[in-house]
Write a protein that binds this ligand. Structure first.
Ligand SMILES: [Zn+2]
Length: 181
């Protein structure tokens, strides 16, 4: 799926130095099941992305923060990052993507026994979101990407990366180029 540059911030610039190290650490902690430690790192990276006017990356990082805090059982902080995700998408007119993100967040909350928070989120957003059909990427189907980004260790989802052509995509988190098979 395309988020449509330049409306939504364009292709993410590569993340450098200290921030790439923080992202890598956050992903490693997450992969090791240390969600309570990973969450604040994703939250900090999301704030950095916002400060640098990179809403697309901020959304991805807020989603990861919400996921981490949800798995850690921290319902209130999960809601903070879930709202940041959805509000940013809606502010940029991405109603279809916001609907998909809401579904993903609600499923994650309920899976982590945070049903009250899921109900709150659903109540807040369901009236503002249309049930939009997912956008199909134009052109030929892209190739298969590695499961994990070799630079930042983030999980790679073909519907979240920014496709450059049918063989190359930019990681949604660190902006490094991923090559499809
Ligand atoms: Zn990456």
């Amino acid at each position: 799926m395309r988020w449509g540059p330049p409306l939504f911030g364009g292709r993410p610039r590569p993340l450098r130095g200290g921030l790439l190290a923080v992202l890598h650490e956050a992903n490693q902690l997450f992969n090791a099941g240390r969600y309570q430690e990973a969450g604040p790192l994703f939250a900090r990276l999301a704030q950095e992305a916002e400060a640098h006017h990179m809403p697309r990356r901020a959304v991805q990082l807020h989603l990861r923060a919400a996921e981490s805090f949800g798995l850690a059982g921290n319902g209130q902080t999960t809601l903070v990052h879930a709202r940041a995700t959805l509000d940013t998408m809606l502010a940029h007119g991405r109603t279809g993507q916001a609907s998909q993100a809401l579904e993903r967040l609600l499923a994650a909350l309920r899976r982590n026994n945070l049903a009250a928070e899921a109900d709150t989120l659903q109540r807040e957003y369901q009236g503002r979101l249309s049930v939009a059909a997912p956008m199909e990427p134009a052109g030929q189907p892209p190739g298969r990407l590695p499961a994990q980004c070799p630079q930042c260790a983030a999980p790679v989802r073909s519907d979240e990366v920014e496709w450059i052509d049918s063989h190359n995509a930019a990681c949604a988190y660190c902006g490094s180029i991923l090559q499809a098979e």
